[in-house]
Design a protein. Structure first.
Length: 318
């Protein structure tokens, strides 16, 4: 693998107490740093599961990124409180003048013969140089995997302090068909020769879902009724081709919501469901077009924020 290419992705992440490594890249048209959660430990000997994401949010402006000191963190995302893995979302307004390449998570089936390179910043290096470790993969279906490195096994304990401490958060990269992919995030060294990594292949679907949701603008609108009852409608912002936008309900209208409409209108009969279902969860069916329009107008009349509700047009659906 081209070491100069790998260097472009690498950063050093400095939290309140520790320094570690991170992988900086474009993903889903946004900019992120993948790193080890324990790099942002803010109490002595703090365990990963006790690192509070809300507390980290308060400290995000104090996190330093080398060599891009002007980078600002917009958000901090975690998949699981017990997982030594964090995603730092970078404020795009702070990346001007920085060349940031795209990178994909490797998705193919792997075997033990594949070569990897683990890259990171040892924290005690005064010159802030990057360390490279050629590795062999050990197949795993777990959320972590280990890679064997002869270079690690050849290090003395003192040398491990110099070359491995601070490597946490570094990337495990693989090359396939001339393209570099990210496979894992290094979190610790195990035994004499192994580096343990977060298995991004196993987490890819969860990562993608998390990042997509974090980039979606949503609002929650309350419908307040004359009876004193109320319910909420969660909506997502949709940008249209003509530089306009609208908000679309994320979830279908339920039997219960339509029941409230019928109770207020009095002249409307509730829709019978097929079986004894939870009417607060199941979408209502068998409503005429005229009833639908009247229901939508009723939503507008009772909107807390004076929203005007409509059915999306055919062009808006497209």
């Amino acid at each position: 693998m081209d070491k100069n290419h790998l260097k472009k992705y690498m950063v050093q992440v400095e939290g309140a107490r520790l320094k570690g490594s991170g992988v900086l890249f474009n993903y889903f048209d946004e900019v992120y740093i993948f790193t080890a959660k324990h790099n942002l430990q803010y109490k002595d000997t703090q365990k990963v599961k006790n690192i509070d994401i809300l507390e980290l949010q308060k400290q995000k402006n104090d996190i330093k990124i080398y060599p891009h000191e002007n980078l600002k963190i917009e958000d901090i995302l975690e998949l699981d409180k017990d997982l030594d893995f964090l995603i730092l979302k970078i404020d795009k307004s702070s990346i001007e003048g920085i060349e940031i390449d795209s990178l994909s998570i490797f998705g193919e089936k792997l075997n033990n013969s594949v070569d990897y390179t683990v890259v990171g910043y040892p924290k005690i290096r005064n010159d802030k140089s990057i360390e490279f470790f050629a590795c062999k993969y050990e197949v795993s279906d777990n959320l972590t995997f280990e890679v064997h490195s002869d270079k690690v096994s050849d290090l003395s304990e003192k040398e491990k302090e110099e070359k491995l401490v601070g490597l946490s958060g570094g990337g495990a990269f693989v090359e396939s068909n001339g393209k570099i992919y990210l496979l894992g995030i290094q979190i610790r060294y195990e035994g004499f020769s192994n580096l343990e990594c977060i298995n991004l292949q196993k987490l890819k679907d969860r990562i993608d879902e998390k990042l997509i949701k974090s980039n979606i603008e949503t609002i929650e609108e309350e419908i307040i009724l004359n009876s004193g009852k109320s319910f909420k409608i969660k909506m997502v912002k949709v940008d249209l081709d003509d530089n306009k936008s609208l908000y679309v309900s994320i979830y279908p209208i339920t039997y219960y919501q339509y029941d409230l409409f019928c109770d207020e209108k009095r002249d409307r009969k509730k829709i019978n469901s097929y079986s004894d279902i939870d009417r607060t969860k199941f979408p209502v069916v068998k409503i005429t077009y005229d009833d639908t329009i009247e229901f939508i107008n009723w939503l507008s009349e009772n909107s807390k924020n004076n929203f005007k509700y409509t059915l999306p047009s055919s062009s808006e659906w497209e």
